[in-house]
Design a protein around this ligand. Structure first.
Ligand code: FIX
Ligand code: ZN
Length: 448
């Protein structure tokens, strides 16, 4: 995992001794520690093999990622209608031609594809698609998953699981999933803000709810959540919310969140993840690529943290303008954990800005990143970019600490990187994720 170029044996010896590092030894050590620490990826749209074909991997899925589709429609005169009528392979061919042959793949998402091909020693020039298809077609899934996790430097992947998704229900109703490195999350978008369209699915599953979420509905939603917690063993509950999200207000979403979801989280010891700021389907013709973002009113988060002090909140904001406020609120509420540079924030220049600000305001008490990977191999470039972006930021922080007279040792850096990419999430979930592949996470005893 990760190689370094600055190594000399004396330097390595000195560094390992735990002696305070000299200024020019800090960057080498930061690079080594970042590349040797396996990360926990706390939010993805990946699925373990038990979910069959909804788990996406391989070159055609990589090329038809909605980030690339959005860029394709800017560099091609193919209309969305024409594009959606194509087969998966034809879509991938069209995107490869427009973004990798007729134009330079210098955007974050297109560069990512080149990085993945390179990581498998595959050609990256015009004829790469043919070779890539042959390569991925020859990969048995589980060994391929292990290789991708190893190259990406990730020990555990947290999925996004929708209890009312018919394709997922097939797996959950047939024993669920037992993969030790894939962890479930109870995603509640369609129950919280999609109630009007989806309440009947809860009725169909045997819960006495009604359209206005009145009467027994709240108690029945709690029973629904308790049953799915039992079935999924999720590591947290989650919802994405628009830039117009308010709490409290008169909406059914507010009612179910405050009266059913947050009490269920407390009861099952689970954090609640709020991903706030999406403007859904501003251009429906682009389907998944049709969502945008907006600045949200963070007073909703203020009210939630203050009104529910026994709930732990994982919060990620989609708008750049909300990032500083989120840091400040995290200084006010110890039940608030900022995480990730979500979606349109996940670009090196913005990750750098957000991460510097978070270190200055929160030290190491935040979770810097998640991948949001929808296709397995995306883990490789998204985490490579994160390590490359974090290295100079952490190096600079330690150099400043050393200049101010603080002792910086390898152990200090190992402790901090572990906290940022494992420890904070473990503390929030009460779980210890084993860096080794084989074992399921163990429950942390409260004081450890
Ligand atoms: O709501 C979410 O979890 C978002 O991450 C997704 O809906 C989005 O489509 C995405 O893939 C962002 O990276
Ligand atoms: Zn996501």
């Amino acid at each position: 995992m990760g190689t370094t170029s600055l190594k000399s044996s004396e330097q390595t010896g000195a560094i390992r001794a735990g002696k305070p590092l000299a200024g020019d030894q800090i960057e080498l050590t930061v690079e080594e520690v970042l590349s040797s620490t396996p990360f926990v990826d706390i939010h993805t749209h990946l699925f373990s093999p038990a979910f069959g074909k909804i788990g996406l991997w391989g070159i055609d899925e990589l090329l038809t990622y909605h980030y690339l589709e959005a860029e394709f429609f800017r560099s091609s005169d193919t209309t969305p209608e024409k594009y959606w009528a194509l087969s998966k392979r034809e879509k991938a061919d069209a995107i490869w031609q427009a973004l990798f042959v007729e134009n330079s793949p210098i955007s974050e998402a297109t560069r990512g594809i080149i990085s993945v091909l390179q990581s498998f020693d595959l050609p990256t020039n015009g004829s790469a698609l043919k070779h890539a298809r042959a390569f991925f077609a020859a990969q048995p899934l589980e060994p391929h998953i292990q290789r991708v996790l190893q190259v990406a430097g990730v020990s555990d992947v947290v999925m996004t699981n929708d209890p009312i998704d018919p394709e997922e229900q097939v797996a959950w109703n047939n024993g669920g999933q037992k993969h030790s490195q894939f962890h479930a999350v109870l995603r509640l978008d369609r129950i919280l803000w999609g109630w009007q369209r989806h309440w009947q699915e809860l009725l169909r599953q045997g819960y006495a709810v009604d359209e206005r979420a009145s009467g027994k509905s709240v108690a029945e939603v709690r029973r629904f959540l308790a049953d799915w917690v039992e079935r999924m063993r999720p590591v947290y509950m989650a919802v994405s919310l628009t830039d117009e999200f308010q709490f409290p207000d008169e909406s059914i979403a507010s009612k179910i969140l405050g009266e059913a979801v947050l009490p269920s989280c407390r009861e099952s010891g689970l954090p609640m993840s709020l991903m706030i700021g999406v403007r859904r389907q501003v251009n429906p013709a682009l389907r998944l690529a049709g969502d945008a973002m907006g600045r949200a009113d963070l007073r909703a988060v203020e009210h939630l943290c203050r009104s529910f002090p026994d709930n732990r909140f994982l919060v990620s904001m989609l708008s750049r303008e909300n990032q500083h406020e989120l840091c400040v609120y995290a200084r006010k509420f110890s039940n608030l954990m900022p995480f990730g540079c979500w979606w349109f924030m996940n670009n090196p220049s913005i990750v750098e800005e957000i991460t510097r600000e978070r270190i200055e305001l929160l030290g190491t008490s935040f979770i810097p990143q998640h991948s949001d990977a929808r296709v397995l191999e995306q883990l490789i470039y998204k985490w490579k970019n994160t390590r490359v972006t974090l290295r100079p930021i952490l190096t600079n922080s330690y150099r400043l600490l050393r200049q101010d007279g603080g002792a910086v040792t390898r152990q200090v850096i190992e402790r901090d990187v572990n906290r940022l990419f494992r420890g904070n999430f473990e503390q929030w979930t009460g779980l210890r994720f084993s860096p080794k592949a084989a074992s399921r996470p163990s429950r942390l005893s409260r004081q450890s």
